[in-house]
Design a protein around this ligand. Sequence first.
Ligand SMILES: NC(=O)c1ccc[n+]([C@@H]2O[C@H](COP(=O)([O-])OP(=O)(O)OC[C@H]3O[C@@H](n4cnc5c(N)ncnc54)[C@H](OP(=O)(O)O)[C@@H]3O)[C@@H](O)[C@H]2O)c1
Length: 251
Amino acid sequence: MKVLITGASSGIGRATALLLARKGHQVLMVSRRKQRLQEIAESSATVVGELLFDELDVSDVSSITAFVSRQGEWLKDVDLLVNNAGLALGADPLEQNSTADISRVLETNVIGLLALTRAVIPFMKARKSGHIVSLGSVAGSTPYKGGTVYCASKAAVHMITDCLRMDLGGTGIRVSTVSPGRVAETEFSEVRFAGDAEKARKPYEGYRTMSASDVAESIAWIVLQPAHINIQELVILPTDQPSATTLEPLQ
Ligand SMILES: NC(=O)c1ccc[n+]([C@@H]2O[C@H](COP(=O)([O-])OP(=O)(O)OC[C@H]3O[C@@H](n4cnc5c(N)ncnc54)[C@H](OP(=O)(O)O)[C@@H]3O)[C@@H](O)[C@H]2O)c1
């Protein structure tokens, strides 16, 4: 397969890129930190597929336009798009969120996802096959305090996926959402709390979390189903997180 993964410089995106490349696929990793992507590509000796990389800021329409024209030949046979790039900024009530932060979250998690997906669809349609997998979250279906903007952005991802599946009916293109609960040891919490390591660690302390590799395994399982099967949504939480807002460490 030829696989395009956004936000592949860290966490779930990186783990998914490495896993699919280890399984023999050609993966084009994109994100804003090109140097980081290059390091991942160069340090992955066990890969039997191929790890390519390019710079892409999904929140910037001109970056998407430039990427699509640069990679037009490669995109002609893209099999899989993983819309993984995403972030939360802070965990405060809405009135304490800055306009800049609100815009950045929505431009990355929603507008960027729509814009890149829209750009990739014609290539998949031309070949009557393809798969678009987007990272939702349990936060997209269950609200939590301080999550107004992030939860709204992930709810949008869920609805985008569900509508898109209908738009693309009859084209052979599959559309799926992966909705994880808490995934530790990614940069998500560090970004959310602006580098405050103490605050970033707290949500993951005292119970068994999932890792980025756990989620990558789920994504690989979905995309390696036969072409006539579409796993529409996969919800995956740690055993110690019985619901989106409940943590119950093993007694
Ligand atoms: N961690 C969790 O508990 C959790 C739970 C449910 C869902 N998720 C979702 O899973 C996805 C991955 O999260 P993660 O935990 O792996 O976080 P992460 O380690 O912070 O990774 C986020 C990735 O997104 C990229 N990114 C951010 N803004 C971007 C932009 N404008 N353009 C392109 N790439 C951008 C970052 O790369 P650059 O900085 O290099 O651009 C990074 O590679 C997100 O959509 C997140 O909402 C996470």
